[in-house]
Design a protein around this ligand. Structure first.
Ligand SMILES: NC(=O)c1ccc[n+]([C@@H]2O[C@H](COP(=O)([O-])OP(=O)(O)OC[C@H]3O[C@@H](n4cnc5c(N)ncnc54)[C@H](OP(=O)(O)O)[C@@H]3O)[C@@H](O)[C@H]2O)c1
Length: 331
């Protein structure tokens, strides 16, 4: 292990603005937990952007190293579960929130956050999925467990983002027909590339509808948008349908009425990746490494180097590539 390591550090200035820069840090900057890992790959998740912007709902202590996800090799372990040289990953834990995260050449974390890299999966592939991809797998699992057959239509909102694109890819692989929302010609083209065959302008999902029920358009939905969009998705879901509520990219609050539930027997299911049990994680990561691994996985992500991260975060709104973004630690 070297004496210094590189990491993206968010610092709060005296005028309460937040600045992200790559820094070369002494090893004792890293708090020591049970397992220390040399990180090979990380990835960008929605909460990481909030952390980089100093959003107090995510991160309250600065200076801070964000990064929800990491895949790498154990360098030291005080836990009998791991030994140096093990290939491991950390996803779906509060890493990168108020605990230093994966935008760093080294991390040190509790052993309970570490899981072996799934067989048949490289570290880069694990980060192409990351917390967003695992969350997408949870949504697909909820839909299949509820008995929605694979000859049915599924609406996936936010298909240009991490959760949406991985969910769409898995569903396509399982034979479902995909509906998606779009906002620009570029996001329309991306949705088509992801296999969507029914496309709706996002504003159609955000209008306030007076009716308690709307014409059924799909049998299930995966929603990362929240707010009025979720309200409309509920009204537009067919009998015995399922809606997996997973995000709040647009809004947290939504109104609703009881008729879709008591007349169409639809179910609204909440998804929280961090609350997933160890057994569920093992089962779904195995599926992501095998039957659910999208044949087009390489088209779902771009890889950037750690050195490119500060610039991408600064210009994220205008320069973000669609899909997942993997961060490689190599110089
Ligand atoms: N429940 C869980 O366990 C869990 C786990 C992971 C993520 N999430 C949540 O899922 C959501 C998406 O995460 P992600 O990883 O897919 O993020 P991401 O990769 O950053 O993508 C964000 C997506 O949100 C869309 N979006 C952004 N602003 C929007 C707005 N105002 N209205 C509607 N859509 C908007 C974007 O679409 P356009 O670019 O086309 O606008 C894009 O598709 C977030 O709310 C995140 O917190 C939840």
């Amino acid at each position: 292990m070297t004496e210094h390591f590189s990491a993206l550090v968010v610092r709060k200035s005296v005028n309460r603005t937040f600045n992200c820069e790559l820094e070369n840090l002494p090893l004792d900057f890293l708090p020591q937990h049970e397992v220390t890992i040399k990180v090979h790959y990380s990835s960008i998740n929605y909460k990481d952007l909030m952390s980089c912007a100093g959003n107090p709902a995510v991160t309250r202590r600065f200076p801070h190293i964000p990064g929800t996800d990491a895949a790498g090799v154990v360098t030291s372990s005080q836990s009998p579960l791991f030994t140096p040289g093990d290939k491991v990953m950390v996803t779906c834990f509060p890493m990168g929130m108020n605990h230093f995260g994966g935008f760093s050449e080294y991390i040190s974390v509790p052993a309970s956050w570490v899981m072996p890299l799934p067989a048949d999966m490289t570290m880069e592939q694990a980060m192409a999925f990351g917390t967003a991809g695992y969350t997408a797998a949870m949504c697909v699992d909820a839909i299949t467990v509820a008995g929605v057959d694979n000859n049915k239509k599924i609406m996936v909102t936010g298909i240009t983002g991490g959760v949406g694109c991985i969910a769409a890819a898995i569903l396509c692989q399982l034979g479902y027909e995909i509906c998606a929302d779009f906002t620009t010609p570029q996001s329309y083209d991306f949705a088509v590339k992801m296999g969507a065959t029914v496309l709706l302008p996002r504003e159609e999902l955000l209008v306030t509808q007076q009716q308690n029920l709307a014409k059924p358009r799909w049998h299930a939905a995966i929603d990362i948008v929240g707010g009025a969009c979720l309200e409309n998705l509920i009204k537009m879901t067919d009998e015995h349908g399922v809606i997996a509520a997973v995000g709040n990219a647009s809004a947290t609050q939504f109104s609703g009425n009881v008729l879709p539930f008591i007349l169409r027997a639809i179910s609204l299911i909440g998804i929280n990746a961090e609350l997933s049990s160890g057994d569920t994680k093992s089962r779904l990561w195995h599926l992501l490494a095998t039957d659910w691994k999208p044949t087009n996985l390489m088209a779902l992500y771009n890889t950037i180097k750690l050195a490119e991260l500060p610039n991408l975060i600064t210009n994220y709104q205008t320069q973000r590539p669609f899909g997942r973004i993997v961060v490689a630690m190599e110089p």
